[in-house]
Design a protein around this ligand. Sequence first.
Ligand SMILES: Cc1ncc(C[n+]2csc(CCOP(=O)(O)OP(=O)(O)O)c2C)c(N)n1
Ligand SMILES: [Mg+2]
Length: 284
Amino acid sequence: MSQPRNQMMNYIREEIMPHRFCPGCGCGTVLNVFTNAIDNLKLDPVKMVCVSGIGCSAWIPSPYFKSDTLHTTHGRPIAFATGVKVMRPDLKVVVIAGDGDVSGIGGNHLIHAARRNIDLSVFMVNNMIYGMTGGQVAPTTPTGVKTSTTPHLNIEPPFQVAELVAAAGASYVARWTTYHVFRLIKAMEEAITKQGFSFIEIVSQCPDNYGRRIGLRTGVEFLKMFKKQAIPIDKARELPEEKLEGRIIVGKLRDRERPEYTSELHRVTKEQVDKIKAEQEKIS
Ligand SMILES: Cc1ncc(C[n+]2csc(CCOP(=O)(O)OP(=O)(O)O)c2C)c(N)n1
Ligand SMILES: [Mg+2]
């Protein structure tokens, strides 16, 4: 008997299945969540451009998601996405990429895109490591973890990326984990429909290149850990900092209205061009 067709396959490039993600990797969950959000919003993928950099997470939109995609250079997806959005403000532009891509090498693009409040949705898959290249330390790696480039333990404190982006000026910021799939679908829907820069930090798992270094072998073990570590933002606000050690603050950090970059750019440019034209007509 044939299996009923999963309607999410309508959004997937079936011709390149099976996918290349490792067993237990969170990237498959993120792809599933993303297709559900697009389906719920009834968005036409033809009117979207998905942009990624280099890394395992960068494969979520490209090649797997069936829209126009730009698979760009490591650290630069937000720069490419900015170019697309400025030239084609009518399209939904979504960046899906890794923590190394977005907050390491691409950290400056991230904070400036948030400051400009450009209408992009950035979904950063935070697996706490440089997964694709074999497990080097990332700016998001917790202190005290052994990685291939910190064989004597990582001494650096990790970036709190969602808080950083919220402080830089983004309209919408949330953090969830791959355990919170339904919350994540809802958050993606909110982020994609929000005018301005929207950002979701998705705490995810890399059993192969991160898990084996902290004694977690499977995706399920990670999900159990995320469930235990997660604390809703409202509860976290009532606790002193030392009580939040080892916890993952989840929920919506920001949802606010601010002028959006692309529409301001086009408005001001049109005003100035009209003014120059009027002056030229007066002279001639
Ligand atoms: C300019 C540049 N530097 C380094 C690399 C090598 N490189 C490719 S992917 C990657 C790390 C990816 O980590 P992350 O963005 O966290 O994605 P993940 O694989 O963990 O999903 C690195 C360092 C590169 N391709 N280009
Ligand atoms: Mg990573």
